[in-house]
Design a binder for this molecule. Structure first.
Ligand SMILES: CNc1ncnc2c1ncn2[C@@H]1O[C@H](COP(=O)(O)O)[C@@H](O)[C@H]1O
Length: 231
């Protein structure tokens, strides 16, 4: 009988959920509270390996052929998890799935949580650079994420620029809440290779036509390049 790839993670969460009940429906601001709960539930290198493996197999079961996983390296004193172990666990999950013949091509974006500021962002980029070189091409970029109402994109620019200069791709969550026009301008200047959400870039949502035009410019140009290359 085929094992449901979701079972391991679901069983673990069900067992530990007795201490941390999870609500079903979440507003944006509440989902960041839930992420904190999930971080308490999933806090060892074994947990990260298990969850990453289940996620990969779940996408493969849905017939996805190319997947970019994003996740924020965390250290947990109680279990001895380090940020380096964390990245290693995700890479191990990708490699093991490949070795088992799971039919999906997976890459990893090491995530910066914007709430942690400039210094941590820089450390994360250094970690990603190290793994970009040692993971045989599995680590391909940086993701900028985290509660959009906390921290300033401006403070993270040096880390993001460093990442881009060393060849890491940039996937940036931006304009997820209103009134971030200036930050969105700065981030679009980098420019990002992918945009996460971007809900409030549109003028009707408090953004501006020039922001929308720049996004269209970025991605239509990419698309034309792809077409030119016959991809
Ligand atoms: C809803 N829109 C969103 N906007 C921004 N960041 C988000 C997000 N959804 C998730 N995250 C980011 O992903 C983390 C959880 O996964 P990892 O611990 O990294 O694997 C959250 O803590 C947040 O930083």
């Amino acid at each position: 009988m085929q094992k449901d790839p979701r079972n391991q993670t679901q069983n673990l969460l069900a067992a530990r959920q007795q201490c941390y009940p999870l609500p079903f429906y979440l507003h944006l601001c509440r989902c960041f509270e839930v992420f904190k709960v999930i971080h308490k539930l999933v806090d060892s290198q074994e947990d990260i390996l298990m969850v990453a493996t289940d996620v990969i197999k779940e996408f493969a079961a849905d017939n996805v052929k190319y997947l970019e996983l994003r996740s924020t390296p965390r250290a947990e004193k109680d279990t001895g998890l380090t940020k380096k172990n964390y990245v290693e666990a995700v890479i191990k999950a990708i490699q093991q799935c490949k070795d088992e013949g799971v039919d999906i091509d997976v890459r990893f974006l090491v995530a910066i949580d914007r709430r942690n500021g400039t210094e941590v962002a820089m450390e994360t980029v250094k970690l990603a650079e190290e793994f970009m070189l040692s993971s045989g091409g599995l680590v391909v970029g940086i993701d900028l994420s985290g509660d959009p109402t906390v921290g300033r994109g401006r403070d993270l620019l040096p880390a993001l620029e460093k990442a881009r200069n060393s060849g890491l791709k940039l996937s940036l969550h931006m304009s997820e809440v209103p009134s971030q026009r200036e930050e969105s301008e700065l981030l679009l200047n980098l420019p990002p290779d992918r945009i996460g959400h971007g809900t409030f870039l549109h003028p009707e949502m408090g953004g501006s036509q020039s922001l929308v035009d720049r996004v269209v410019d970025l991605y239509i140009t990419n698309l034309l390049l792809l077409v030119d290359l016959g991809e």
